[in-house]
Design a protein around this ligand. Sequence first.
Ligand code: 13P
Length: 250
Amino acid sequence: MRTNIVAGNWKMNKTASETDALLDELAAKLPDSSAEVMVAPVFVNLAEAVRRMDTSRIEVIAQNMHFADSGAFTGEVSADMLLDIGIGTVILGHSERRAYFGEDDQLLAKKVAQAVKKGLRSIFCFGEELQDRKAGKHFEVVASQLKKALFGLPVSAWGKIVLAYEPVWAIGTGETASPEQAQEMHAFIRKIVSDAYTDAVAQKVSILYGGSVKPENAAEIFSKPDVDGGLIGGASLKADDFVAIIRAIS
Ligand code: 13P
């Protein structure tokens, strides 16, 4: 059985007091669910968020991480710094990091390798842009992203990898991939993981969908056999919407 996951990527939203308030509301309203529930506040609020969620089953995760152990990398945060405050999972390769901060497949390979070395779980994001899909290149683009950043990892690392397919054209646009488009791509992803490793590895890896998931469309997307949950942006900033999305997977 694969783990179902609903993770909220808060991006650059919520001050410290707003973070506390949203966490408290989420903890109070959290429904029973077989899914793991995670939220990713901004770096400056992580330590307090971990403390605050100490008695909740909500896991606090990070949005990014540097590949080096430590050193002269102004503005960056290391794996050890995350581990030291109780963070066990980090989002890597988000399309906004790729588009606005120049993160490419080679850099992301280093980040994932560092997370594996340090024992952090990675939620690795990838997905095609609109022009790729229009040109019929979406499978090719996704295969290349996965191959370059992940397929150099040993089999043993895959217990710490979660995949998040986020078509760029569906992020923050209100335009979601159809459940059929999500299923088609997730099945393809599982197939190429199987080809690169083994079917056992492919069957065990959780593949999340991200891109305009809302309470209204979550249940149908999550009902697809190769969709193991979601990475939620905008709708994770409102407790009631996020809770409704968590309910949709149970
Ligand atoms: P939206 O849910 O706002 O489209 O964002 C998705 C996303 O980027 C999650 O990482």
